[in-house]
Design a protein around this ligand. Structure first.
Ligand SMILES: [Zn+2]
Length: 247
C-alpha cells in the first residue's frame, strides 16, 4: 500500500509538472495573471456567499479582442485553469460554446463599455429587492459612495433567457458600475476583478441595509438618513491626494 501511494505521488507530481509546462506554453503574462485572478475571484464569491457552487460567471478582458471567462457549469469553489476559456469578444470561435451560459452578456459589456473585468453573482438580498424595484437606491454611506445614487434593474423578457437582455444590461453599465438582473443577480464591471468584486459585495451590503430597515421600522424609532449635502473631500476634511469619488 505504501508503495502504491508513493508511486501515485510520484506520478501525480510528474503529471502536474508536465501539465503546467504545457499550459503555460503560448500564454502571455496577461493571460496567466487573468487566469489566477479569475480563480481567486470565483473562490472569493463562493466564500462570501455571493454564488452557488455552479452559478455565476467571471471574466477579464485581454488584448487582441479576447476575453478569459469561466466555462459553463464549473464549480466556482475549486476553479482550475481548465475551467477557464479564452474566446473572442467580437466573433464566434471554437471556444465560444464552452464559455459560461452568460457569454453573450459579457461580450456585450466589453463591446459597449470600458470594463476590464466582469463579475456576475447571485447575491441573495439583492435578488430579493429586485422583485420589488426597477431601480435600487442605496441608503448607506458606503453604498452611495461606491455604487452611486441608483442602481438600475433590468429584466430578461423570458424565463432563463438572460442573454436576450444582453444589450440593455450592457447599456446600463455604460454609466453605472453595477446592474441588477431582475429575479436573478448582478453584473458588475471593474478596472480589474478585485474592483468588480468590491462593487458586487457593496451592492449586497446595501441591499441588506434596505431590507433590515424595512423589517425593523415597525419595531424601532424612526430612522435618520444620511445628509443630502455631499462632502467635497473624502472624510470631510482636506488632505492632499484624498479626493472623494465623483457621484
Ligand atoms: Zn446567473
Amino acid at each position: 500500500m505504501g508503495q502504491s501511494v508513493q508511486e501515485s505521488v510520484g506520478q501525480s507530481v510528474q503529471e502536474s509538472v508536465g501539465q503546467s509546462v504545457q499550459e503555460s506554453v503560448g500564454q502571455s503574462v496577461q493571460e496567466q495573471d487573468g487566469i489566477e485572478a479569475i480563480r481567486t475571484a470565483a473562490r472569493d464569491l463562493v466564500a462570501m456567499d455571493l454564488l452557488e457552487l455552479h452559478g455565476g460567471n467571471v471574466s477579464v478582458r485581454l488584448d487582441e479582442g479576447d476575453m478569459l471567462i469561466t466555462r459553463h457549469h464549473v464549480n466556482k469553489s475549486v476553479p482550475t485553469a481548465d475551467d477557464i476559456v479564452r474566446t473572442s469578444i467580437d466573433e464566434d470561435d471554437e471556444f465560444t460554446n464552452m464559455a459560461s451560459s452568460a457569454w453573450l452578456i459579457h461580450r456585450a459589456i466589453y463591446q459597449r463599455t470600458d470594463a476590464k473585468a466582469i463579475v456576475h453573482a447571485h447575491g441573495q438580498l439583492t435578488v430579493t429587492l429586485s422583485f420589488f424595484y426597477d431601480a435600487v437606491e442605496p441608503i448607506d454611506e458606503n453604498g452611495i459612495m461606491i455604487l452611486g445614487r441608483s442602481v438600475p434593474v433590468v429584466a430578461a423578457p423570458e424565463l432563463m433567457g438572460w442573454n436576450l437582455a444582453a444589450g440593455p444590461i450592457a447599456d446600463a453599465l455604460v454609466d453605472n458600475k453595477v446592474v441588477i438582473e431582475k429575479w436573478h443577480g448582478t453584473f458588475a464591471k471593474g478596472v480589474d476583478l478585485v474592483d468588480a468584486l468590491h462593487k458586487t459585495r457593496s451592492m449586497e451590503f446595501s441591499a441588506g441595509q434596505i431590507i433590515r430597515l424595512a423589517q425593523l421600522r415597525p419595531l424601532m424609532p424612526e430612522p435618520r438618513f444620511p445628509p443630502t449635502k455631499v462632502s467635497e473631500w473624502l472624510g470631510g476634511v482636506y488632505r492632499p491626494g484624498i479626493r472623494r469619488n465623483t457621484l
